[in-house]
Ligand binder design. Structure first.
Ligand SMILES: [Zn+2]
Length: 312
């Protein structure tokens, strides 16, 4: 834990981070998330329409923010499913900080609403419609699999997250989430600020109440430009926002893009089906990873090696 005024980091160190901070004089814990180059890599495997890239950037940022507030060893997954132009958004993050994600969508339907959304129209009703967001934490075979679910109720994913926190018996939480396409370089930059009121000792309940309201009001005053300005050090941003109540920042966690697919995993999945069900007319089997577009093709000879000939 470092006092934010003492730390200095390079501009490159200001992005692809998830940082926990504590507002000292009140019982408030927060998270600051910024995604850039890691997001470029997630999106680089695809040629998504801009509106889809922006939504996936926001989904990934929400996933990182929610995951950073949990203690877990494993994989946190956020899925948004709906009946709208974008039918599925998937984002996951490992406890090491590896992120990946993908989207499924109807190109024509996205095209019809993209202009409105990119010029500031409410994205959730236009791009997603009716549906829900769900998250799971996979900590391995013998561990718990936590799950949360919320309806897509709101104009933005931030609104939907607010509803989730309000309707579940969680800590009081405020979250600001943004994802933006730079029209010049076509890069998506995304970020989030979340504050949570921690269970208090009740010795200074009135102080905590005022402090919580102040923390939320300051969050509401944050602009998209401030959050996404990587010339502004993340520690400096936290200091600018919360110095009056004293803010301490924990070392930022680095985020990076990495897919977990492999030829072995695909082979194991194929083996779990009867050969006749997974083989194409040409005798081969092709699987493309939805996250990173890696192409795993198994020839007839490869499949011979995988399957017992008596099952063929
Ligand atoms: Zn992959």
């Amino acid at each position: 834990m470092t006092d934010v005024r003492d730390s200095a980091s390079s501009p490159a160190g200001n992005i692809d981070i998830a940082q926990t901070f504590q507002i000292e004089n009140v019982n408030v814990r927060g998270r600051l998330v910024r995604l850039g180059p890691a997001l470029d890599q997630v999106l680089g495997a695809h040629a998504y329409p801009d509106a889809v890239s922006v939504m996936l950037g926001e989904t990934l940022t929400l996933a990182v923010t929610l995951a950073s507030a949990l203690k877990y060893e494993g994989i946190f997954t956020l899925q948004v499913q709906s009946d709208g132009p974008i039918s599925l958004l998937v984002a996951d993050i490992t406890s090491e900080g590896a992120v990946r994600g993908y989207a499924r969508f109807d190109e024509d339907r996205v095209e019809q609403v993209a202009g409105e959304v990119l010029s500031g129209g409410a994205p959730v009703p236009r791009l997603l419609g009716n549906g829900h967001l769900a998250f799971t934490v996979d900590q391995g075979q013998d561990m718990d699999r936590y799950q949360g679910i919320a309806a897509l109720d709101g104009a933005t994913l931030s609104d939907c997250a607010h509803h989730y926190f309000r309707n579940s018996e969680q800590l009081d939480t405020a979250i600001y989430l943004t994802s933006k396409l730079d029209p010049h370089n076509k890069q998506v930059r995304a970020g989030a600020l979340m504050v949570q009121r921690m269970p208090g000792q009740n010795l200074h309940a009135d102080v905590d109440e005022d402090g919580w309201r102040r923390a939320v009001a300051i969050l509401a005053s944050l602009t998209e430009d401030e959050l996404l300005d990587t010339d502004l050090d993340h520690d400096a941003l936290l200091f600018r926002l919360y110095h009056e109540d004293g803010v301490r920042a924990y070392p930022a966690h680095r985020l990076f893009h990495r897919c977990r697919c492999s030829r072995d995993k695909v082979a194991n999945t194929l083996k779990s089906f009867p050969r006749a069900e997974i083989v194409g007319d040409d005798g081969r089997s092709q699987v493309v990873c939805e996250f990173c577009k890696a192409d795993y093709t198994f020839t007839a000879e490869d499949l011979d090696a995988l399957f017992d000939p008596t099952d063929a």
